[in-house]
Write a protein that binds this ligand. Sequence first.
Ligand SMILES: NC(=O)c1ccc[n+]([C@@H]2O[C@H](COP(=O)([O-])OP(=O)(O)OC[C@H]3O[C@@H](n4cnc5c(N)ncnc54)[C@H](O)[C@@H]3O)[C@@H](O)[C@H]2O)c1
Length: 295
Amino acid sequence: MNTIAVIGAGTMGNGIAHVFAQNGLQVHLVDISQDSLDKGIATITKNLDRMVAKERISNDDKENTLSNITTFTDFRSGVDETDLVVEAATENLSIKLDIFKQLDTICDPKTILATNTSSISITQIGAATERPDKVIGMHFMNPVPIMKLVEIIRGYNTSDEVTNTIMELSKQLGKTPTEVNDYPGFVANRILMPMLNEAIETLYNGVAGVNEIDTVMKLGMAHPMGPLQLADFIGLDVCLSILNVMYEGFKNPKYVPCPLLVNMVMAGKLGVKSGEGFYDYAESRKAEKVSSQFS
Ligand SMILES: NC(=O)c1ccc[n+]([C@@H]2O[C@H](COP(=O)([O-])OP(=O)(O)OC[C@H]3O[C@@H](n4cnc5c(N)ncnc54)[C@H](O)[C@@H]3O)[C@@H](O)[C@H]2O)c1
């Protein structure tokens, strides 16, 4: 692997680009929005600055990492002549199917096509291409530079060779890959999302307030952050999409999204990325306090 493309420069895409670039790979960061690309590079720079300040990396490491990343709004130029593509665009089936159809026609037949989807079927995405054996889930966790796990999801047709290549590559990035099969929500979100949804339901039912619910789970269960704060960090739109995929996939009412979550997403309250969710991130002091948990 020498050159990889990362599609989407949002919450996850910029973290994925950061980790590959810091490990010496050439990264093409591709987004339809120049604003997202600018914000993505600003986030990577801020996170690298924090690592330099903590003496985890040198200033040269920071400069080398940044110089390994090139940004593109033109899809074709961004993905052409890459060895691996990691798609981290919006969690929406039709967007992902469209991206993979395009990738299949543009990229070399040898290029592995990975997706960072939280819940959408790898098998269905693979079926949109002529190379389902080379389509795989590479599910990084948020925040990518810090979290060790990569959930590696084998689609029905993903080959052993491609799975082994992606497992090895994840280890080279300093991560711990874990192989799972392709069912809605995989493992991580199948277990996490019902808990977040239940926390929102608890708030919706008036059992307790935001701070109280998060405090119970932080201090009572030793979770590093409360479920409502975690939902804000993931993005409430992303949580809603994942719950909908699991509900559709299993037809089990336990995955029905709480009406409060649905309402908040319709109102544009998406969590950290929109400036407001269960917490208010508009005051820079509060946002800084929360983000410092990741430093
Ligand atoms: N947020 C999380 O905590 C988290 C964790 C693990 C996995 N994921 C998954 O990662 C993926 C990205 O999620 P996110 O939270 O980074 O979303 P986000 O909303 O922060 O960013 C999505 C980015 O994709 C871009 N985009 C949309 N359509 C595009 C296209 N056709 N081509 C190129 N770029 C396009 C958007 O402009 C945006 O910058 C989703 O599949 C999500 O389920 C998210």
